[in-house]
Structures are given as structure tokens and as C-alpha cells.
Ligand binder design. Structure first.
Ligand SMILES: Nc1ncnc2c1ncn2[C@@H]1O[C@H](COP(=O)(O)OP(=O)(O)OP(=O)(O)O)[C@@H](O)[C@H]1O
Ligand code: SF4
Ligand SMILES: [Mg+2]
Length: 442
């Protein structure tokens, strides 16, 4: 029966109904977990290595379709050290975007779900008092005496009491963009365990995402200013419309937009692709994030603009002292930008290491193939190397190495189990039987 099913390219109605029934059972459990009310201690955890800002640990993200379960991310583990840029490469469909969407908890539910694993993130959140309120940082004088200032309404107009006297309030510290300052604290969250409604604490504020096509992420019916202001108003308590506008213009300035006041008043369709991507970056910056996830940030742009946007990203990372997860299928971009590289294949990581290890000493036959297929200045008119064959069907993954059908270096062990992750240097790991005699495995 199983053999007969394997030889068919379709499922019968009965089989589809059985799969749907099984899927619904699992989805119900996972959705309930997502929507549950939870106390913070249920998702507060610790980093394995305090030098990291993000640790993805054995992540499994699946899509439950009527044809079967698509294991888009199937046991992925990697980390992002604080201040580093980590590049994720791999061919189309290997699970790069699903990994980043899992980190943001933006998988398309109910069919897309994080099935298991941890995503530990070191957040820098507002400290709260016992009533759950944020704690202001006061701008007292050198002797600790409180200072007072005039209260303004949301539009920036001075408030007066019934007698017509100005209303005063204790002066609170502001940053260089005029945003009110609060006491902050570091906490490690397991994003995979967080109820979905808690994610507002991280999304946009601590982890920002830059997508491939900015037009799909910018709202066409609101001005750039409107959309930028919203980030400040949403994430920085006590901000007035005036504060938000000042900050937005400053952010547009930072990403190299000339005449920011004009762009502030424009609608997305009035800007060029490069400008829109700059706006997206300024929007990501407005939340003052610790981690920026850039999913193919320059794919829709031409080469000169691409270079400018990459320069900008690098600049901004320094400015916010943050980290970047850079997803691309372009090895050139990775070589230019990344400190560490993660190579994905069919939902799994097959090799990871420092950029120098991956570029100068690639070990996995797939990574070696990727390097060979990269055009170089001296490749002349020679045909580019092409890795033969295709990725296996994601619904029906084999239990041996996923690359075997395309690999020219097969050894006997390749006909056995899926290869374990082998450590070949303190920072270099590879999942391939060719290196299985090296002692340490993950
Ligand atoms: N909504 C969905 N329903 C079913 N399968 C999905 C869905 N979204 C993604 N997938 C599957 O998950 C796998 C990984 O997709 P993903 O978008 O992460 O690829 P990618 O590496 O980002 O590719 P690309 O370079 O083309 O952006 C693919 O097999 C894809 O078909
Ligand atoms: S495990 Fe075997 S089949 Fe897989 S990449 Fe390594 S050599 Fe090739
Ligand atoms: Mg993608």
C-alpha cells in the first residue's frame, strides 16, 4: 500500500481528509498555546552564552497543508553574537524567510506554526514598577533637585489650569532626538514560548524587519510621516505628535534622505524603489532595535542603489550598536557584510562558520558547489557551474542526507542516516558524512 502511494503523484480524497483531520488536531493545540494567557516567568529564560543577542535552538517550523506537513524549518540552530552580522544563504525555498518569520512570530497561521524549539532573545525592555508602570529617568539638577517644565498637550500646545496658569511637571530626561527616557532592563525571552500578544514588546521596537519589496510593507494610503510617527507613538510612552515628527525627520535624515520634510509628507508611490527602501530602514531604526532582520533587502534594487543601501545598513548597525540577521541568496553580499555565515539546505543548516571559514575553507559539497556557481571577474565566457538535480519534495523528506541525489562525493555512510553536525573548528560546523570521524558532534 505504502509502495503504491509512493508511485502515485496524487492523494485520494480519503487520504486528504485523513491528513486534514490529523493537521487540525495539532493546529488546535498550537493555536491554543499561542493565544493562552501566560505570566512572564513562563517565557523568561537565560542565554546559553551571554555574548549572544539571539540563540535559535533546534527550531522546527511547519506548514500543515492538505497534501501533508511541509517541514520548512527542520531543526535549525544558530546564534547571533551581540554586534555581529550573521548571513543566511541557501537556494530558493530552503527556509530562510520561514526562519526569519518564526523569529518575528509572523508565520501565516493557522497553517504555519512553530512546532518546537527555542528562540532566545536578549531584550532591553522598559523596567516596570509593581503596578506595571514604566519608570521615568528624571532630569534633576547636579544636586538631585527636581526640575520642572511646562506640560504640553498631544499637539505640543502649552496646557493651562482653570486659573490660566501654566501646568508644570517634573522634568524627564530626553535622548538626542527628544524622546523621553525611562529605566530599562535586560531580560531574555524565549520567543517561541511567548503568547502571540506579548510580541508587541519586541516587534518593531527591539527586533525590526526590512523586507525585500518595501511597497508591500508600506501602507499606500498613509503618508511616510504618518507611518514613521506611528512607530514612535507606539513604542515610546509619553511621546507627543510633535516629538514623533521631530524624531521621524531625524530618522529620514539619518538614512541620507535629502529634504526629509518633503518625503515626510509624501505617499509611498511618489518615491523611487531605493528611496522606499531607505524609508523602510528609517522606520526600522525609529524603534531603536537591538536586532535588524533584513530579508533580501536589496534584491529589488539595481546594483548602484544596492551598494548604497548595504553601506547604510552597515553604518546604522554601528550607530545603534545592534546586530543584523542578513538573509540573501547573493554570496557577494554575504562576503561583504557578514561576520558569520549559516548555509541552509532544504530546511536544515548544513554548514555554519565565520565568513572566512565558509569562503576560504568550505567543506560541505553543497557550499563548495555554491562557491563554484558564483560568477567572478575572471570566469570570462565560461558557462557557470550549476549544481545538478533538485531539492527533495518538502512534504516527503528522506531519512538520509537531503543532498545525496545531487552530490558527487558520496561515501558508503551517505546511504545510512542523515549526517550529524560535526564541529571542525571552534566556530565551524558541517553536516556531512565526509567529516563524521571528527570527534565532536552537536
Ligand atoms: N504559506 C505556506 N504554505 C506552505 N508552504 C510554505 C508557505 N510558505 C513557505 N512555504 C514553504 O516553506 C519552504 C521554505 O520557504 P521560504 O519562504 O522560507 O524559502 P526561502 O529560503 O526564503 O526562499 P526564497 O529565496 O525564494 O525567498 C518552501 O518549501 C515553501 O514552499
Ligand atoms: S553526507 Fe554524503 S551525500 Fe551528503 S553531502 Fe556529504 S558526502 Fe554528499
Ligand atoms: Mg525568502
Amino acid at each position: 500500500m505504502a509502495e503504491e502511494k509512493k508511485n502515485r503523484h496524487y492523494l485520494t480524497g480519503k487520504e486528504i481528509r485523513a491528513i486534514a483531520k490529523e493537521n487540525n488536531k495539532i493546529i488546535r493545540v498550537l493555536e491554543k498555546k499561542k493565544k493562552r494567557k501566560a505570566v512572564e516567568s513562563e517565557f523568561v529564560t537565560e542565554m546559553k552564552d551571554p555574548a549572544n543577542i539571539l540563540e535559535v535552538d533546534d527550531l522546527h517550523s511547519y506548514f500543515y497543508t492538505d497534501q501533508g506537513v511541509v517541514k520548512a524549518v527542520n531543526g535549525v540552530s544558530f546564534e547571533i553574537p551581540q554586534g555581529a552580522t550573521v548571513g543566511v544563504v541557501g537556494e530558493s525555498g530552503c527556509g530562510k524567510s520561514v526562519t526569519s518569520m518564526s523569529i518575528m512570530r509572523l508565520l501565516q497561521g493557522p497553517h504555519g506554526q512553530i512546532y518546537s524549539g527555542s528562540i532566545r532573545f536578549k531584550s532591553y525592555d522598559f523596567k516596570r514598577d509593581e503596578k506595571g508602570k514604566t519608570i521615568p529617568v528624571w532630569d534633576d539638577d547636579a544636586y538631585g533637585n527636581p526640575q520642572y517644565e511646562q506640560v504640553t498637550d498631544k499637539k505640543g500646545k502649552e496646557k493651562l489650569d482653570k486659573a490660566g496658569n501654566p501646568v508644570l511637571t517634573r522634568k524627564q530626561k530626553r535622548d538626542q532626538y527628544g524622546t523621553l527616557q525611562f529605566e530599562m532592563e535586560e531580560k531574555v525571552f524565549d520567543i517561541a514560548e511567548m503568547p502571540i500578544k506579548e510580541m508587541y514588546r519586541l516587534r518593531g521596537r527591539q527586533i525590526a524587519m526590512i523586507f525585500q519589496e518595501p511597497m508591500t510593507s508600506l501602507n499606500p494610503v498613509f503618508t511616510i510621516g504618518n507611518q514613521l510617527d506611528e512607530v514612535t507613538l507606539l513604542h515610546f510612552p509619553g511621546s507627543t505628535k510633535e516629538d514623533a515628527k521631530r524624531r521621524s525627520i531625524e530618522m529620514l535624515n539619518l538614512v541620507g534622505i535629502a529634504m526629509p520634510e518633503r518625503v515626510y509628507k509624501s505617499y509611498p508611490h511618489e518615491l523611487s524603489g531605493g528611496m522606499r527602501q531607505r524609508v523602510m530602514i528609517s522606520m526600522a531604526l525609529a524603534g531603536d532595535p537591538r536586532l535588524i532582520i533584513a530579508d533580501e533587502p536589496t534584491t529589488a534594487l539595481d546594483v548602484t542603489i544596492q551598494a548604497q543601501i548595504l553601506d547604510l545598513l552597515r553604518d546604522l548597525k554601528e550607530r545603534i550598536n545592534g546586530s543584523i540577521l542578513l538573509i540573501t541568496h547573493d554570496l557577494g553580499i554575504i562576503a561583504e557584510m557578514a561576520d558569520f555565515v549559516v548555509v541552509m539546505y532544504a530546511g536544515r543548516i548544513i554548514e555554519k562558520g565565520t565568513a572566512s571559514e565558509i569562503f576560504h575553507h568550505p567543506m560541505h559539497p553543497y557550499t563548495i558547489g555554491l562557491q563554484k556557481s558564483k560568477p567572478t571577474m575572471d570566469s570570462g565566457s565560461e558557462a557557470l557551474f550549476n549544481i545538478p538535480g533538485n531539492v527533495p519534495n518538502p512534504i516527503d523528506m528522506p531519512d538520509y542526507c537531503y543532498f545525496r541525489e545531487r552530490c558527487s562525493k558520496c561515501v558508503k555512510a551517505c546511504f545510512g542516516d542523515y549526517p550529524p553536525m560535526v564541529q571542525v573548528s571552534p566556530t565551524h560546523w558541517v553536516a556531512c558524512h565526509l567529516y563524521a570521524d571528527k570527534e565532536k558532534t552537536e
